[in-house]
Unconditional design. Structure first.
Length: 211
């Protein structure tokens, strides 16, 4: 058991197999069409949620754990964090952001509310002055927050982290002041994303439970 749990790949595969078995149990009750649109919308939703857990989980790890703890780490140990742990976390962080956005847009498309969401349902009002269905308004606000957060990850946080942590050879000759400034920019936009993540999650849940 220790050997099995010590291998992350095996644990993930086992988790997927268990999830498939659960779906198979549900399928045994009937009424589930594997070729139907509703089933594939469910699969996309699951992938969207899994990606979101990875993304927001790491965002909160950076802001609630890593950054506040950094000042208490002895100076001689800090390079290990920047050289090994943070780059690995940033990989899953940025691709978690990308997959969350992609699966979210696919989900909105397959459920036919992407236009309503991104226009905050103004599209359903011929005057263009009032919002329509509350659920479209809520999911739209959530999607706009998530899109802004995705943009911040890929076009502000990640480029500046590459400079701050020397993750890109193109920035090998940056001086300490430039690296510090880049790290500060990345940190500020990470805090902006943390701020936006709270109302974003409220909107996503409210769209389903307070239509």
């Amino acid at each position: 058991m220790a050997a099995f749990l010590g291998n992350l790949r095996n644990v993930v595969i086992a988790g997927l197999v268990l999830a498939i078995l659960v779906i198979a149990v549900r399928f045994s009750y009937g009424g589930l069409d594997f070729a139907g649109e509703a089933f594939w919308a469910y699969i996309i939703r699951v992938l969207h949620v899994i990606s979101g857990v990875m993304w927001i989980g790491l965002l909160w790890y950076f802001n609630f754990v890593a950054t506040p703890t950094m000042p208490s780490i002895p100076a001689e140990l800090r390079p290990a964090l920047g050289k090994y742990i943070t780059p690995a976390a940033l990989f899953w962080f940025r691709w978690g952001a990308m997959s969350t956005l992609v699966f979210g847009i696919l989900l909105a498309g397959i459920n036919r509310y992407i236009v309503q969401a991104y226009t905050l349902d103004i599209v359903n009002d011929p005057t263009g002055k009032a919002f329509g269905t509350p659920s479209y308004l809520l999911i739209g606000i959530g999607m706009w927050f998530a899109t802004i957060m995705w943009f911040n990850v890929w076009f502000v946080i990640w480029p500046n982290q590459q400079k701050a942590l020397s993750l890109n050879p193109a920035y090998a000759n940056l001086d300490a002041a430039a690296r510090t400034a880049a790290g500060g920019t990345a940190g500020r936009f990470s805090r902006i994303n943390t701020l936006l993540s709270i109302p974003m999650l409220f909107c996503m849940v409210a769209a389903s439970h307070m239509p």
